[in-house]
Design a binder for this molecule. Structure first.
Ligand code: HEM
Length: 523
């Protein structure tokens, strides 16, 4: 029985059909310890039920017109949703439910044991539940085949299977290490040159171009030549960066909004379609160039490594493989560049940690040497620095969401299958119960020598399980190389305002310019 039906009965206990079986169903929403006592006669009071936790603000909004007026304000709420969630957890405890529509609820959890349970109950083909409605409508309207990471069930699974072999297996990702290292070395040389010329740089903007170059090199096996380029206003590359950023902002804004655009093409939808068509076309042009270059290379080389043609060799059609490369490029740039920016910021604000990291890198990685898998294996503090930055500046607005494939006991409540549960790692990551002094940047928390290791389900910036982020290893590898080389060659300093917050679209980004400088090291 679905949650909506349970709730309908809960609302109408006088319903003549409301006999013991229905009671059993109804108590789904009751604390499990109350189940037996409430079975015979539905005795528990409402106060005993699954915490009723709508704040006045929420109550008012949720119970507004059609019971879902909160959706109208979603785009106002999302940017600081993490702060609201933190308050909610403080007020209601580690689990609460929230009305999404007239009879639809979402459940929010922050206890790592509950988060682990949700992943155990996600089923073979996990469904996120919080889809991206603008994208859904786009694909429905255009009739195009769904892109990588979209759709559900076997269709999603089949689409993802081949691609993830090239992306999630550590050995597969290591093949791209030398490409990413080369781009990183070029970035270092560029920063050095700019410093010598005393040119002031907007480090955040440079990071976006660097990540774009690096992910582009992996996806298309060719240089995009955006690294350090002075991009004119009307340069396509610059437009890609701007439009891609706006695209993700719109996707976030309309995650749970009232989807008027489903019924008629609103101006918002028109804007979305314009942005998405642009970034798709930009990526498709790169695919075309990449394939032409690959054909040339194949005439002279035995089997050059090439992301798209390698996927084709593994059984994907050329259209699907090309779409995968484009989708990864689009998803990868915005997400990784923001996480990297926060990592630099956190290290700049904590010079002692930066020095400690530098000492480790200096011990392991000779100055003019490309990063290898062996180097990466010997840099535990560097990995801890990355983790800790993602804890402090959680990179996505909602942790992984899942529709329960089975009933699950969460926080002592029996929550029925079919319920959308939001794993709020962004809240659990900042709770003092799990992380003493939670607002301090302390990579040592993640070091093995520290006796108490955090619960493994507390920090899941890339989600978890079969539906986890397909680009996780790429993104991590990207950040590992970048930060190692940066601290080895530069001192990163923070000159901006004291406490920079995070603002969310789909991804988190600094809510004001970070104010970072990098100064070459003489040693
Ligand atoms: C710091 C960088 C990144 C973060 C924090 C991040 C985070 C996430 C999260 C939380 C999910 C949902 C996972 C789940 O539901 O369990 C996801 C999905 C996804 N990510 Fe990432 N991501 C990052 C980088 C990348 C990169 C570099 C790529 C591509 C190269 C990428 C491609 C995707 C795709 C295609 C999906 C959908 C997967 C599916 O549903 O099958 N991401 N990402």
């Amino acid at each position: 029985m679905c949650l909506q039906e349970c709730l309908a009965r809960e609302k109408h206990p006088s319903n003549p059909n409301h006999h013991s079986r229905q009671c059993t169903d109804t108590v789904y929403m009751w604390k499990t310890r109350d189940v037996n006592s409430s079975l015979n006669g539905y005795t528990a009071t409402r106060a005993d039920t699954f915490q009723v936790v709508l704040t006045f603000r929420r109550e008012k909004i949720h119970r507004g017109a059609f019971g879902c007026s909160r959706n109208i304000f979603w785009n106002k709420i999302i940017s600081k949703l993490h702060l609201q969630l933190a308050k909610d957890f403080e007020k209601y405890g580690k689990i609460f439910k929230e009305r999404l529509g007239p009879s639809t609820y979402m459940v929010y959890v922050s206890d790592p044991e509950d988060i682990a349970t949700v992943f155990r109950k996600e089923g073979r083909y996990p469904v996120r539940g919080a889809s991206l409605p603008l994208l859904d409508v786009y694909y429905k309207r255009t009739g195009k085949p769904l892109s990588l990471g979209m759709g559900d069930g076997k269709q999603w699974h089949d689409r993802r299977t081949t691609t993830q072999k090239k992306m999630l297996r550590p050995q597969a990702v290591q093949l791209y290490l030398s490409m990413q290292s080369q781009v990183t070395d070029d970035f270092m040389a560029y920063l050095q040159k700019m410093a010598e010329e005393k040119t002031e740089l907007d480090i955040q903007a440079e990071l976006v171009q660097y990540v774009m170059e690096s992910i582009g090199t992996v996806c298309f096996n060719m240089r995009l030549n955006v690294l350090g380029a002075q991009l004119q206003h009307d340069a396509k590359e610059r437009m890609f960066i701007q439009k891609n950023e706006e695209l993700f902002a719109l996707l976030g804004d309309y995650l749970f909004s009232l989807p008027f655009f489903k019924w008629f093409p609103t101006p918002l939808y028109a804007r979305f379609e314009e942005l998405y068509s642009f970034v798709l076309q930009f990526s498709a042009d790169l695919v075309e160039k990449s394939l032409a270059k690959d054909a040339e290379l194949r005439a002279t080389e035995d089997s050059p490594q090439h992301f798209i043609t390698d996927l084709v060799k593994d059984g994907e059609s050329i259209e699907t493989a090309s779409d995968s490369a484009a989708a990864l490029f689009i998803a990868g740039v915005e997400s990784t560049s923001n996480s990297l920016a926060f990592l630099l910021y956190n290290l700049a604000r904590n010079p002692d940690k930066q020095d400690k990291l530098r000492a480790e890198v200096t011990r392991v990685l000779p100055r003019d040497c490309h990063m290898t898998p062996e180097h990466l294996n010997r840099l535990p503090y560097m990995k801890a620095c990355v983790k800790e930055s993602m804890r402090l500046s959680f990179p996505v607005v909602l942790g992984a969401t899942r529709i329960l494939a089975e009933d699950a006991v969460l926080g002592g409540f029996l929550v029925p299958k079919g319920t959308c549960v939001i794993n709020c790692n962004n809240a659990s990551c900042l709770q003092s119960e799990y992380f003493p002094n939670p607002h301090a940047y302390s990579p040592e928390r993640w070091m093995k020598e520290d006796n108490v290791q955090p619960h493994p389900y507390l920090l899941l910036p890339f989600g978890h399980g079969p539906r986890m982020c397909i680009g996780k290893r790429f993104a991590e590898q990207q950040m590992y190389i970048a930060i190692s080389k940066l601290v080895q060659n530069f001192t990163i300093q923070h000159t901006g305002s004291e406490d920079i917050g995070i603002t969310y679209t789909i991804f988190g980004k600094p809510d004001e310019p970070l104010g970072l400088t990098v100064t070459p090291r003489g040693d």
